[in-house]
Design a protein around this ligand. Sequence first.
Ligand SMILES: Nc1ncnc2c1ncn2[C@@H]1O[C@H](COP(=O)(O)OP(=O)(O)OP(=O)(O)O)[C@@H](O)[C@H]1O
Ligand SMILES: N[C@@H](CO)C(=O)O
Length: 427
Amino acid sequence: MLDIKQIRENPQLVQEKLNSRNGKYDIQPILDLSQQQRELEGKRSQLQARSNEIGKLVGQKVKSGVVDPQSPEIQTLKDEGNAIKTTLSDLEPQEKELKAQIHELLLALPNLPSDFTPLGKSEDDNQEVRTWGDEYKPANPHILPHWEIGEKLGILNFERAVKIAQSRFVSLIGAGAALERALIQFMLSQHIENGYIEVSPPLLVNTDSLTGTGQLPKFAEESFKCAEDDLWLIPTAEVPVTNLYRGDILNAEELPIYHTAYTPCFRREAGSYGRDMRGLIRLHQFNKVELVKLVKPEDSFEELEKLLANAESILQALKLPYRVINLCTADLGFSSTKTYDLEVWLPSSGKYREISSCSNCVDFQARRADIRFKEAGKKGTQFVHTLNGSGLAVGRTMAAILENYQQPDGTIKVPEVLQVYLGREVL
Ligand SMILES: Nc1ncnc2c1ncn2[C@@H]1O[C@H](COP(=O)(O)OP(=O)(O)OP(=O)(O)O)[C@@H](O)[C@H]1O
Ligand SMILES: N[C@@H](CO)C(=O)O
């Protein structure tokens, strides 16, 4: 959530930054309501001051014995005092309502892009930062798409998954299931070695949690909701893991907090009609190993670079060619101020495909979820900065392995670092 103070003090800058995003956002209604709220606040404090004055006056006059308590002068003052009290109690709900309206409008505004985020009008303006591993791109020009080779090997089954659920689901069989388990184990182990603490969070979360990280209220149609309960299936572990700290005031010494979590993720993919209908790229249920950080404000951009490096290290260990993209303002996710995407090489289509998104949300989620920290000797509290990244999406990593490690005889070589987890060298 944006800071109302920042909107009031720098409306032009805030509006310009919002205009650089994809979508139309107008801060004028917030400014108008905020002005009304301030006027109301001013009126209320004037009335309160007058009410206090009357109380004092009546007390003094009666106490000094100068005026009869039943006198018309005292009665007039009392009447004025009572009228003020009635007005004040009428103003209170009005002010509450205004605050609630402002809060609701603020919840619908995305984060402001950082000064390090390239300006752009569409994803075409995203900036390639670097590529890695060209030497590992397979030379074989006849590589089958991962879904074809996976079905041929009997390790991916889409048809049966459609029968038991619907399209955009998969069942992994035998070595397919084992490969996925090995990948999850490998990714978690790497991240734990790099200082992240593992979490196994609830996969169903309440509305407050999704609001805290920014998926609600704007993107309700993208998540699956349980009909009878205030519970939603998580679209990413970022939601429950960040919300572990919702409403907390942490000690500065507790920061930075690094978490990693493997979870299934559930997405309705409402806006993706007809896209990526085959394979593991765009499913309603997919596994992901997530990285989440809570850090001090002054460290968050440096922490983003480190988080990105942690996600990259998985691709490097697996020897999967990839590139790093700095997302432009138009392609930035709702809660993020700066995002790097990692895109892995998929040889069957001769393209890089997104496999990880690493974002700095600065204080945007912390303000929504009310996550603060306190420094010893300093007055008050500050919002933490939150970051998250995929380290990595497991299904898309499997797709990349099934293609980049495909051998001319139709078998799949197991990446060296996974062999110990899988207990075999070939699938
Ligand atoms: N429906 C899905 N099925 C499989 N993997 C997914 C799906 N959606 C996202 N992912 C993976 O999870 C990562 C984090 O999700 P994120 O919200 O950044 O994806 P996204 O930007 O919606 O992806 P895309 O642009 O491909 O739709 C992505 O980088 C991707 O690797
Ligand atoms: N939580 C982030 C990174 O995985 C996302 O879903 O995009």
